[in-house]
Design a protein around this ligand. Structure first.
Ligand code: BGN
Length: 309
């Protein structure tokens, strides 16, 4: 079959940016590859260890030139040669980190493509300069992405974390998955056993089983530990890649303004069990200010109703 031959020839190419797939944009009106065979369990074109470099200045236009031809508006992609196993929304909470986002997009899109995911990238931008609320932005990303497509898996990622190995698959498993297990900033070791921050993947069902994240962690810290406790209270375990596959490079930065450590975080972590059924996806309230579609992502600016002061 000529087409298959063409695809496998492409697959043997070793240019850094090219994905396994030919540069044919799928027709958005087509149902997602119903007639195609399912993609293999192990994506065939992974590279393993990746070279990641943040010293270069990268503009959004550089990134568009680099990965844009393979994408559909809104940072959407799906493999053309097989039917993706999962439909993945990648949710990135954001405020004033454009340079980080450029790096993140530059490295993540090719990885997600090689992983043969049917995916979309949702950058959830907190409007205004109230206290930052990472967890609420995650919940909003879950909600907004589901309005667009029938996603069944949600990867929640900080904008400053780039995987160093593309065998670390951005998809969901039987238990909620913690992907960023070996971050350079922590000398590539897991800081503590229950940590569930950085990059995580939960199926729709797993996420709803714990009512999502808490909406009430304002400022830095603890919201990820709260989710970790929710999972354990609902009988789930944390699944992780090994510490070689799970290596990450963090983009160095100072503390963001309006994201000081939350002084209430320790206290709040004693109340997870009491609050989890009433504070989460079922109590989520926010206002969408703007939804902007770039080739590289869907950029959703939201008012998260930060407390005054
Ligand atoms: C922990 C934070 C996490 C953060 C990790 C890694 C808290 C709760 C205090 C009881 N947890 O200390 O939110 O992801 O460090 O930076 O602050």
């Amino acid at each position: 079959d000529r087409k298959l031959f063409f695809i496998s020839a492409l697959n043997r190419e070793t240019k850094p940016e090219e994905s396994a797939e030919p540069t044919v944009r799928p027709n958005p009106t087509e149902s997602p590859g119903r007639s195609l065979d399912p993609c293999p369990d192990v994506p065939p074109n992974l590279r393993g260890v990746l070279h990641v470099e943040f010293r270069t200045n990268r503009t959004l236009q550089d990134v568009r030139n680099h990965v844009g031809p393979l994408l559909q508006l809104g940072g959407r992609y799906r493999p053309t040669s097989c039917r993706a196993k999962q439909k993945v929304a990648v949710i990135v909470p954001f405020r004033n980190r454009s340079q980080h986002l450029n790096h993140w997009l530059y490295y993540l899109h090719p990885v997600l493509m090689r992983q043969q995911l049917d995916y979309g990238v949702y950058v959830i931008n907190q409007d205004g300069d109230g206290a930052f609320n990472r967890a609420k932005l995650m919940n909003i990303g879950f909600n907004e992405s589901l309005k667009e497509y029938d996603y069944d898996c949600f990867v929640f990622s900080d904008v400053d974390l780039v995987p160093l190995d593309d065998r670390n698959l951005y998809r969901c498993s039987d238990h909620p998955r913690h992907l960023s297990v070996a971050v350079d900033k922590f000398n590539f070791i897991l800081p503590y056993a229950t940590i569930f921050g950085g990059v995580t993947a939960l199926s729709k069902q797993q996420f709803l089983k714990v009512n999502g994240f808490s909406n009430t962690f304002w400022g830095w810290g603890g919201e990820d530990d709260d989710l970790s406790q929710r999972l354990s209270y609902r009988g789930m375990f944390i699944s992780r890649p090994d510490s070689v596959t799970g290596r990450y490079k963090m983009i160095k930065h100072g503390r963001d303004s309006h994201n000081d450590p939350n002084p209430n975080r320790e206290q709040k972590l004693t109340e997870t069990y009491l609050n989890m059924d009433t504070d989460g996806i079922n109590s989520l309230s926010y206002t969408v200010r703007e939804i902007r579609k770039d080739l590289l992502y869907t950029f959703v600016t939201v008012d998260v109703q930060a407390p005054a002061g």
